[in-house]
Design a binder for this molecule. Sequence first.
Ligand SMILES: [Zn+2]
Length: 753
Amino acid sequence: MRSAAGKMSTELTKGNSEGWTVKFVPFVTAIESPFWVRYCHEKLERIQLNEDAISLQASYGVDGPPRLLCQENAFHHSSSSSSSSSSSSNAAKIIMTANERVAVELSLQGFNTLDSFQKCDKNQLLIDFFTPAFLRGGNEALAALTKCFLCVYPELKSHKVLYWMGIPALLTKPGKSIRAFHQVSLAEAWTIDEQKMLVNNLAVLRRNIMLSGDTSTATANRGLPPFFLCTKQTCHRLSPESYRCLLVEEQSTEEVYFGFFDPSGPSPIQPQQPMGWPLRNFVAYLCYHLNLGGKKVIILSYRSKHLRRLDMDTNIVAMNSEPEIEGESIILEVLVPLKEDYEWESSVEDGKKVNKVVGWELNARNKPGPRWVNLRPLLDSNHLAIQAADLNLKLMKWRMIPDLKVDQLQQTKVLLIGAGTLGCSVARTLIGWGVRKMKIVDNGRVSYSNPVRQSLFTLEDCHYDNGSGRPKAQAAADALKTIAADMECEGITLSIPMPGHPESREAIETSVAELEELISECDVVYLLTDTRESRWLPTVMVAAHNKIMINAALGLDSWLVMRHGAGIVQDNDGNIVTSEGRLGCYFCNDIVAPENSTKNRTLDQQCTVTRPGLSPIASSMAVEMMVSLLHHPQQQAAPAPKRGPIGAFAPTASYDDPSSSGPLGIIPHQVRGSLVSYTMMTPTVPAFRHCTACAASVVEAYQKDKIDLVFNTCQARDSVYLENISGLTGFRAEAAEKMAEMEEWDDDDDADT
Ligand SMILES: [Zn+2]
């Protein structure tokens, strides 16, 4: 080494043709699987269609082999920003890279399509990413020396990721290279004491960086500084300033060593030892920012198995009183190329673009190219199923319906009353919307006529118990669990007390208590039974608990889907308040039900004979209506669309009223459809104040004495009992009186003519 003579560097003696071209050991990218799993999660949930580069961290160590490590914790404080402005965003990050490793800036560029991944000009990408920052100087140039760039195309549906890592390095012009002239191991060149001093000085430098709070990109997260300047006495961080200081302070009496932590790691030293990848840019930096082009410099390639992690309590003096002597480090005399030996920008030569930045990694076939990684084997199959099930909903959020509340739908607790054709179809469609918490009530068993139309049942359910069939609620719940992996579903066999169907008081007490509990703990109740009278008690209860209720009923070839209006609420003094413009329930229709024309046949609610296509249509409408309603801030109290130009039956498309619509469109009160005419209508019917199910007087009677009301209603041979409570009897009498008066007037009129 002494032969290199001089202090800092030596003018190149012209004609000196000795030496050799320095070879470099490329990095091998090591991306841990959790990194990819996390990235895919971020892509789906947060990044979505955004193609801005994300600024992350990777790291390498000096204990070999030269692995560039990407770990899942890189995402903990990631920020989405363009690569050029990423340096400032690092300031707020916490320590992530341990200080026996070098932290490097990783810019992750995601692509939304395979095509755009493949078509983008990779070399230009690397040049744009590296060159401007390098030329700017300062901390940015220092950070650029070890920056790396990751192109990614995630194929979320198949859990695969296509990626390509680029670790840019400046190339010299053809015929030019970085030449070395002398190589010696540190152990040979330095005395034991000098080596001990170096180990101590490096430890102090690291400690100072740790304590300084300096989070400039060059040493972001206070990892090991990739480069340093040292003499046998001192050790400094790399910068033009510290280099100048060193020249002045040391009075040019000491040799300056340009040190770097060499990722190629300790290995038996061979002649013309290949050097770690960062040296390439380091030499370019010496040329460009320290003006050492054309001069010989002494490089210290620091390789160590013994580099220890420092913490705040580490006593450096104690730690290094007997420092491990590094036998593996190398001192190398290198000739720094001239500035004109480098070409900073891409240029066009003979019509062909020539790029001087290289660094794209080789693939498995040892050719430059991207690699696929398959995450499927890493993921638990249940987890895969759950993720895949949500995929379509999450994709809907990306562009089509950004306001879609996927999480809310998943958390919504739905009670289905009835597990027949409607119940099965509604449950099936709810799953599609991501609803996972369901309870199903039914009192029947699966019979042989069921499976063909009731999509959750199979013949096996019918054969159960010598052909008596499995309880429907249970069978439906079990079937749902085989469809969605994260289904939380329960089937409850329960018979609902019905008006005109007498039962013992005890039986009523039990079923009322059970049904009441089910309704009070859910968010949405679906009324999907096949008789009119079985809908009465749930309607009363939902009005009393003010829940969302969606009701679906089938005729032979027509169907009705409606949402019940908001329930009865009490003010602070316990008085029942009914809101202005409250929408009606299923039973409110009985008196004022809109009956338009022959196109709208009256529903025969008793009838279970329907055209097979009807139930899926009505069920889908019922689910879509619920999803729309859950997106409205007022939920069950959401107003119905205002009347269109042709009254309450106006076609849906004519509405454009923001108060009654949400991100999914308008929310009608009722949808009535017919398969005879293939038409739909969306009438609105206000609550009827003498309704036998949702009138304030009925709800009040229910709240006063539940069992009494239900028992008497079931016991009653006719509807008078209920009509008296609701005030319907009085209303009818009043109406009859008015009618009579009108008839009298008619008579008078007749007399006049
Ligand atoms: Zn009503």
